[in-house]
Design a protein around this ligand. Sequence first.
Ligand SMILES: [Zn+2]
Ligand SMILES: [Zn+2]
Length: 266
Amino acid sequence: MRISDVVFPRRCAGCRDGPWPFCDGCRAELLALQPPWCERCGRPLVVEAQACRDCPDQPLTSARAAFRFEGPARSAIHRLKYAGWQDVGPALARAMATVTPAPGARDARALTWVPLARTRLAARGYDQARVLARGLGREIDLPATRLLRRTVSTGPQARRSGAERRAALRGAFVAAGPSPPVVLLVDDVLTTGATAAACARALMGAGAREVHLIAATRAFRGPLRSPSAGRPMPRRTERRFPPSERRAYTRAGSRPGLWLPEDLPR
Ligand SMILES: [Zn+2]
Ligand SMILES: [Zn+2]
């Protein structure tokens, strides 16, 4: 990788060849998570349901993610996390801003992120979830504020069982101060939701009533059986989501959620 790639990563975040942020070919492979889905966690389902077997742990109130953690979306997250492509954050945040929120999430008046452990922050130089949160904050006119601190590095969670994850995460997050009642929590990848649930527990201990996760991507174990599970992004037409009569996280007076991938994020 050249230095100029780090400073000006203006090529496709999926294949690194086409135009920024996703070329037509990669756009066609982005799998947008859409209804019908689980109302609580946004997992695509054949028919709408209030909860599902993949729902994240309590006390997280709800979860949503823009894309399946596969193909170009997975590449984009890897570039954001490991290759210094910070501009991928605002690009993905545009898509996050257009996902139909869970009931109650529109009432959020605070936006925060799952903080990175100090050691990894020092190695990477920035916190990718914070980059996503700041991008989302610009989209929905809600500034990202630090509400959580990470006390210990928990290491990779992917291969741990549910009980092991919860044990590893016990006390991993503490509230940075009093928490507002309804909080939007941002992360890059939603897997089981154990990390987000640990964050929710800390925020609720500090006064939050509801904590709604919005992630850039979501990883699923095994195939999804649903009409919407693998719906590619349209090749040419823009996805306008939600429809104009429904607002996403946007508050009164702010811009409607509209992701224009051709736009250069600032
Ligand atoms: Zn591409
Ligand atoms: Zn669910």
